[in-house]
Design a protein around this ligand. Structure first.
Ligand code: DGJ
Length: 740
C-alpha cells in the first residue's frame, strides 16, 4: 500500500494490491479524476487518461472533464459535489490545487462516526487542499487507502477562509466520474417490514438516485448503491459499491451525460439542506466508502463486510461472540408482568439462550403505544421490584439482561411533554403530525442530549444491564428548531443526526461493556453510521422466514452477518400470517445474530427440544455465522424466485455452512446441484445435513466426504424433495462442511 505523489506529472496514485485511485492536478490547477478500479502499476503516469488537454471549462462547456470535487457555475453542468451561496448571492466556486499532505493511518472526524485503523501502518491518508481565492472557500479532500482492502474512504472538510459568512447548499462527501455508462444501478429499497429488496436497473441518460428526507436513513432506501456491469453476477464481473457512513438525510445519485460518462455523488441530501459557514468555520461531511470488485458482488460485499466489522464497528463487542437473545416483544407485546417475563426467561435459559431482552412497555404507564415515551421510570405495577430486581433474577438464572429504549421520542401523553413541550420537534404555528402516536425530540438541542444522557445513564447504572435495543419508530415531520435562527433552519436535519451521534458516543463510552443494537421499526436506520456505535441492528420487524430471505439477502450486500440481528418467531407469523416449519425459521435466522422472539412456555416439549438443538447448533458454528465469509449463491430476487441459497465459510476455508431454501414444493422435481464457493479446492470436506432428521430417505447414497474442487466446480447434489421424507413448502436444509 502506498500513496505516491509525482511532482513532475502532478499525479497522486493511491494503491494497494487490489485497487488504484489516481488523481491529477490539471494544467489549470483543477483537481482532475483519472482512475479508480483494479490496481495499476506504480511509478507511471496515467495523466493521458484525462480526456483531451484541459484549458478550463469556458471553451469546453459541458464536456465531461472528470473532477474530484466538482462545483457549479464554471461550465460543468452535471451534479456538483459543492454548491455555495456566496456573500454577493452568486454561486460560482472554482477550486484549484493548493497543497497536500500524505499521512500515516487515518484520523477520526469531529462529531461523526468514521472508519478507523488499529495500527497506523494499516492505511495511509491523502489530504489535498483545494481552494478558490475569489470565493474564499477552502476544501480539504480526504482519501484513505488501507493496505488490504479494495476500497477508498473519502470525505471533505469545507472551510470559509473569507471574512463574510457563506451558505453551503450542497456539500457532498464524494464524487466519482466513470468513463462510460454501461452500468446497472443496484439499490436496496423497500418499506417497513420489507426492507432492502434488491432493485437493479440499467443506467439511462439523466439523473437517478436514492435518498432520504426523513431524518433517518429510512426503510425506503439504504444508503448504499452498487454500479454493476449488466453481466455482473455474484461471482464474476465488475462492480463499484458506494456507501455513506451516515444515518440521516442522504443522497446517492448517478448522472449519465450525453458523452456517455457517469458521475456518482454521495453525501448529505441537499434537498432541504443548507449550512451557514461563518468566517473561519468548517463543515465536515460524513464519510463515503467507494469499493471496487472485478469478481462480482460477492467480492464487493466481502470488502464492505470486513471494513464495517473490523474497522467501523467499535468497542468491546466488535470481535466478541454476540449472545443468543430471547426478546419478549412478539411473545407479550405490552401485556406482561414479572412472573410472566421470568417464566419466559427461565424456559429460554433451559434451552441454552443466553440473554433476555425486555422490550417496549416496561416504563411509565405504557400499556399500549399511545403514552409514556420520555417517562423512563419503571412501571412498578408490572415490575414491582424495578429493573434491578428483574435483572438480578434473570442473572440468577444464568442469563444476561437487556432492555429496549426509544430515547429520541416523546409521547404527547407523558410527563416529559407536560414539562417540556418545546423539546418536541415542530413549528409553533402548526399542529405537529403524530406518527405511532408520538413526536420526535429535538436532538439538535444540547440540553435535550444532556438530559437523555443523564436519564439513560441512570437506567443503565440502576441494574445489571448488558444490552440495549435502541429503537426509533417514526421519522421527522415539521422539521424546525426554535434554537436556530430562520436562516439556519436548513441545518436542522443534520444537527439532529449529530445530536443522535453525540448521545450514542457518550453512552457507549460511559458503558463500554454494554452491547447496543440499533433499530428503527426494524431496518429503518440500518446504516454504517449506526454500526459505528451499535455493532448489530434489528434488520426488520418482519420475522417471517420467507420474507427474511429477501430482507437478509439484500441487507447482506453491504452489511456483515455480525450486524444482522435475526429472530425465530411464532407461527402463524405476526406480520404475514404464514406458517413455516420451526427448522426453516431457525435455518434463516442462523445467518446473522440469532435470537428468539416467542413465548417458549407455550411450545410443545418437542418444539422446545428442537429449539435446544438449534441453539446448540448455532453455538457450535457461531464463529462462522457471525464472522465467516458470507457468500450468496441463489437469489430470491432472480429466476423463478422460488429458491434461495447462501453459505458462510471460515476465512481459512476449513469449515462452511450452506443454507438452501425451497419456498414452494414442486411436483416431480429434477435433479439439482448447487455450486459452492470460497472452499479450498485441494481440501476434502465431510458433509453433514442439518436438521439431521431430514437425512435423505430413499435417495442415492450420498458420499460423506467430498472434494472442495468438486463442490465448487460440479456442485453439491441437493436433496430432492421427491426423495425427501419431509416434502412440503418452506423447506430449508443446511449442509455443514468440515475439512478432514
Ligand atoms: C419496533 C421494533 O422494531 C420492534 O421490534 C419492537 O421493539 C417495537 N418497536 C416496540 O415498540
Amino acid at each position: 500500500m502506498a500513496i505516491e505523489w509525482s511532482a513532475e506529472t502532478r499525479e497522486f496514485h493511491l494503491r494497494n494490491d487490489q485497487v488504484s485511485y489516481v488523481i491529477r492536478v490539471l494544467e489549470n490547477g483543477s483537481l482532475g479524476h483519472v482512475y479508480f478500479g483494479a490496481a495499476l502499476a506504480q511509478g507511471k503516469s496515467y495523466g493521458h487518461l484525462v480526456p483531451g488537454e484541459f484549458f478550463g471549462f469556458s471553451n469546453r462547456l459541458g464536456q465531461p472533464v472528470p473532477l474530484e470535487f466538482p462545483s457549479g457555475g464554471i461550465g460543468d453542468y452535471r451534479i456538483p459535489a459543492l454548491a455555495v451561496e456566496l456573500p454577493d448571492g452568486s454561486g460560482v466556486v472554482d477550486l484549484r490545487y493548493r497543497s497536500h499532505r500524505i499521512l500515516p493511518g487515518k484520523a477520526g472526524l469531529p462529531g461523526l462516526p468514521s472508519t478507523y485503523v488499529d495500527l497506523g501502518s494499516e492505511a495511509e491518508t491523502l489530504e489535498v487542499t483545494v481552494a478558490d481565492h475569489v470565493a474564499q472557500i477552502e476544501v480539504r479532500l480526504l482519501y484513505t487507502i488501507y493496505r488490504d482492502r479494495p476500497l477508498v474512504v473519502r470525505g471533505a472538510r469545507i472551510a470559509n477562509s473569507g471574512t463574510a459568512a457563506v451558505v453551503l447548499r450542497s456539500a457532498m462527501s464524494a464524487s466519482l466520474d466513470l468513463p462510460d455508462s454501461d452500468w446497472e444501478f443496484l439499490t436496496l429499497s423497500g418499506e417497513w417490514a420489507r426492507e432492502c429488496h434488491v432493485e437493479r436497473l440499467a443506467l439511462r441518460p439523466g439523473r437517478q438516485s436514492v435518498s432520504s428526507t426523513r431524518g433517518a436513513s429510512g426503510h425506503q432506501h439504504n444508503p448504499f448503491v452498487a454500479l454493476t456491469r449488466p453481466a455482473t453476477t455474484e461471482e464474476y464481473g465488475e462492480a463499484y459499491g458506494f456507501s455513506l457512513v451516515y444515518s440521516g438525510n442522504f443522497l446517492l445519485e448517478a448522472e449519465v451525460e450525453p458523452f456517455g460518462t457517469t458521475r456518482m455523488r454521495a453525501g448529505v441530501n441537499p434537498d432541504g439542506f443548507s449550512w451557514l459557514l461563518e468566517p473561519g468555520a468548517e463543515f465536515v461531511t460524513p464519510e463515503a466508502v467507494l469499493a471496487f470488485s472485478r469478481a462480482g458482488l460477492g467480492e464487493l460485499s466481502d470488502a464492505f463486510h470486513r471494513l464495517f466489522r473490523e474497522r467501523l464497528a467499535g468497542g468491546a463487542w466488535r470481535d466478541r461472540d454476540r449472545p443468543i437473545v430471547i426478546n419478549n416483544w412478539e411473545a407479550t407485546y405490552f401485556d406482561f408482568d414479572e412472573p410472566k417475563l421470568l417464566a419466559i426467561a427461565s424456559t429460554a435459559h433451559d434451552l441454552g439462550i443466553e440473554l433476555f431482552v425486555l422490550d417496549d412497555g416496561w416504563f411509565g404507564r405504557r400499556d399500549n403505544d399511545t403514552t409514556s415515551l420520555g417517562d423512563w421510570q419503571v412501571n412498578l405495577s408490572k415490575l414491582p421490584g424495578g429493573l434491578d430486581s428483574l435483572a438480578r433474577k434473570v442473572e440468577d438464572l444464568g442469563m444476561r439482561f437487556g432492555i429496549w429504549i426509544e430515547p429520541e421520542m416523546i409521547s404527547r401523553q407523558s410527563q416529559l411533554f407536560a414539562q417540556h413541550p418545546e423539546w418536541a420537534i415542530g413549528i409553533p404555528t402548526r399542529p405537529r403530525t403524530e406518527g405511532r402516536n408520538q413526536y420526535v425530540l429535538d436532538m439538535s438541542r444540547p440540553e435535550v442530549v444532556n438530559y437523555l444522557f443523564q436519564v439513560v445513564s441512570g437506567i443503565l447504572g440502576s441494574a445489571p444491564i448488558s444490552y440495549v435495543k435502541w429503537d426509533m419508530n417514526r421519522n421527522i415531520t415539521e422539521p424546525h428548531s426554535p434554537t436556530l435562527p430562520a436562516w439556519r433552519q436548513g441545518e436542522f436535519m443534520h444537527r439532529y443526526s449529530l445530536g443522535v451521534y453525540s448521545l450514542y458516543d457518550r453512552l457507549t463510552k460511559a458503558f463500554p461493556g454494554v452491547l447496543f443494537e440499533s433499530c428503527a421499526g426494524g431496518g429503518g436506520r440500518f446504516d454504517p453510521g449506526m454500526l459505528a456505535f451499535a455493532p448489530q441492528a434489528w434488520a426488520s420487524d418482519d420475522t417471517d422466514a420467507i420474507e427474511r430471505l429477501k430482507i437478509q439477502w439484500g441487507t447482506s450486500l453491504p452489511y456483515p452477518l455480525s450486524a444482522i440481528s435475526a429472530h425465530v418467531s411464532a407461527v402463524p407469523n405476526h406480520q404475514v400470517g404464514r406458517v413455516t416449519p420451526l427448522a426453516t425459521r431457525a435455518a434463516v435466522a442462523f445467518f446473522g445474530v440469532l435470537g428468539y422472539e416467542l413465548d417458549p412456555t407455550t411450545l410443545s416439549a418437542q418444539e422446545r427440544a428442537e429449539i435446544a438443538d438449534q441453539v446448540a447448533f448455532y453455538k457450535q458454528w457461531r464463529e462462522l455465522f457471525q464472522r465467516g465469509r458470507f457468500l450468496r449463491l441463489r437469489s430470491p430476487f432472480e429466476g423463478d424466485r422460488d429458491e434461495t441459497a447462501w453459505m458462510t465459510v471460515a476465512r481459512d476455508a476449513r469449515s462452511a455452512v450452506v443454507g438452501h431454501y425451497r419456498i414452494l414444493s414442486r411436483p416431480n422435481p429434477g435433479p439439482q446441484r448447487l455450486r459452492l464457493r470460497g472452499l479450498d479446492p485441494a481440501a476434502s470436506y465431510r458433509v453433514s445435513i442439518w436438521p439431521s432428521a431430514g437425512q435423505v430417505a430413499g435417495g442415492p447414497a450420498r458420499p460423506i466426504v467430498l472434494g472442495g474442487d468438486e463442490l465448487m466446480a460440479a456442485g453439491l447434489v441437493l436433496e430432492s424433495n421427491r426423495a425427501s421424507a419431509e416434502r412440503g413448502d418452506f423447506r430449508a436444509r443446511l449442509y455443514v462442511l468440515e475439512a478432514t
